[in-house]
Design a protein around this ligand. Structure first.
Ligand code: HEM
Length: 341
C-alpha cells in the first residue's frame, strides 16, 4: 500500500492546484506507474521498485514494447524486425532492463547455490528454487522478461477501467469505504466482496477486448448451425456480446455491481458464465495479480482521497477490437482530511 500511496501523492503534487483543493491527474499514467512498481517489487524486489532511474526506464521499455507489438500486427515481419531493432538500440531501455535482470539473476543463482534464502522472496526467488534443474541463466532471463513485461502490458487497462468506474459511480463510495474499514491490510483482498463485485461489473461493462479464447482450426470444423471454419482459420469467442446479453445480464447497459453478489460470480472466476480469463482448460494465471492490484489501488484511493471522473472529457478510445479508457482521461483528486497524507 505504501508504494500506491507514494505514487498517488506524487502524481497529485506534480499537478497545479485547482483552488478548490482538487487537482487533475492523468489516470493512465498513474495506473501504469503504480502497476509497474508493484510488479517490479514482487517480481524483482523492493530496491528496484524504489529506484527512480530503473522505474523510469522500465515504464519507457514497456511503452516501447507495446508500440512495437502493435506495429507488428500492421507491418510485414521483415520491416518490423529491422524497425524494432533500431527502436530498441536507440532508446537503450531494453538493454538496460535486461542487463539489470541478468545481473540480479546471476547474483541470486550464486546465493541459491550457497543456500542463502531471501528474507522476502520475490517471484524470481521462487522461480530459482522451483525451475527444472537443466535451466540456464538465459532461460531465467527469458522467463522473467516475459512475465514482467506481460504484467506491465495489459493489466493497467483493466485497472484504469476500474478506477474510471469508481470515479463515475461515486454512490458506491460510502459502502465500499465501510467494507474497507473492516478489512485489515494484511488480510486477503478476497474479503472485499462488494469491491470484488464492483470490479467484476467494471470488467463486464468495459470488456476492453471484444473476443477471447482465440483458437486455430486444425481441421475443417462445422458448428451446429452449419457454419464451417476452414483449416488454419482463427476463431474467437465474442465475449462482449455475451456480457451484453439481456438473457444473462438484465439491463445490461446499466452498471449494477450487486448483480454479481447475487449470481455468486467473482472477478477471478473461470467458468462458462465468466469466460473473461479464457477457457477452463487454459485460464489466465495472471488474473489473481490483476484483480489484487485493482483492489489495492481502489482501497487506497477510497481511504485517502475524494475523487471523481468528470463527464465532458473523452472517456474511451476504440482501437481495433479494443475499447480502452482514453489516454487523456483525467482523475480529479482531493485529499481527505485526517488521513495519513
Ligand atoms: C488484465 C490483465 C489480463 C488479461 C485480461 C488476461 C487475459 C488472458 C486470457 C483471456 C488468457 C487465455 C487465452 C486463451 O485461452 O486463449 C490468458 C492467458 C494467459 N495469461 Fe493472461 N491476462 C491478463 C494478465 C496476465 C498477467 C498479469 C500475467 C502474468 C504474467 C498473465 C499470464 C498469462 C499466461 C501465461 C497465459 C497462458 C496460460 C496457458 O496457456 O496456460 N496474464 N490471459
Amino acid at each position: 500500500m505504501q508504494v500506491i500511496r507514494e505514487e498517488v501523492l506524487n502524481a497529485f503534487e506534480r499537478e497545479v492546484d485547482g483552488h478548490d483543493g482538487y487537482r487533475e491527474v492523468h489516470l493512465g499514467d498513474l495506473v501504469e506507474l503504480v502497476n509497474a512498481r508493484l510488479n517490479t517489487m514482487w517480481t524483482l524486489g523492493d530496491e528496484f521498485a524504489h529506484d527512480c532511474d530503473f522505474m523510469k526506464k522500465a515504464v519507457a521499455y514497456s511503452k516501447e514494447a507495446k508500440i512495437i507489438s502493435e506495429l507488428a500486427k500492421l507491418l510485414p515481419s521483415f520491416i518490423i524486425g529491422v524497425l524494432g531493432l533500431a527502436f530498441k538500440r536507440i532508446s537503450g531501455n531494453e538493454r538496460y532492463i535486461q542487463n539489470v535482470m541478468l545481473q540480479l539473476i546471476q547474483t541470486k543463482q550464486h546465493h541459491t547455490e550457497k543456500n542463502t534464502p531471501s528474507e522476502t522472496p520475490t517471484i524470481l526467488d521462487v522461480l530459482l528454487q522451483r525451475a527444472p534443474s537443466h535451466w540456464e541463466t538465459i532461460d531465467f532471463l527469458r522467463e522473467m522478461n516475459v512475465t514482467w513485461n506481460t504484467t506491465n502490458f495489459v493489466t493497467p487497462v483493466l485497472i484504469a477501467g476500474v478506477i474510471q468506474d469508481l470515479g463515475r459511480h461515486q454512490t458506491y463510495h460510502p459502502a465500499l469505504l465501510q467494507e474497507a474499514s473492516c478489512w485489515d491490510h494484511t488480510q486477503s483482498t478476497d474479503r472485499l466482496r462488494l469491491l470484488d463485485a464492483f470490479i467484476t461489473e467494471s470488467m463486464r461493462t468495459q470488456c476492453f477486448s471484444s473476443t477471447r479464447i482465440h483458437r486455430i482450426a486444425l481441421c475443417d470444423f462445422t458448428f451446429f448451425d452449419g457454419y464451417t471454419v476452414a483449416t488454419g482459420h482463427t476463431v474467437g469467442f465474442n465475449i462482449r456480446k455475451h456480457f451484453n446479453d439481456e438473457a444473462h445480464y438484465p439491463s445490461a447497459t446499466t452498471f449494477v455491481a450487486e448483480r454479481h453478489l447475487e449470481a455468486l460470480v467473482q472477478a477471478t472466476d473461470v467458468s462458462v458464465k465468466w469466460p473473461f480469463w479464457g477457457s477452463q482448460r487454459l485460464p489466465c494465471p495472471g488474473r489473481f495479480y490483476a484483480v489484487h492490484v485493482a483492489k489495492l489501488l481502489s482501497v487506497s484511493l477510497l481511504e485517502n482521497w475524494v475523487f471523481e471522473i468528470r463527464t465532458g472529457q473523452p472517456q474511451s478510445m476504440l482501437y481495433r477490437e479494443y475499447s480502452i479508457p482514453h489516454p487523456r482521461l483525467k482523475l480529479r483528486l482531493k485529499r481527505k482530511v485526517n488521513t495519513y497524507l
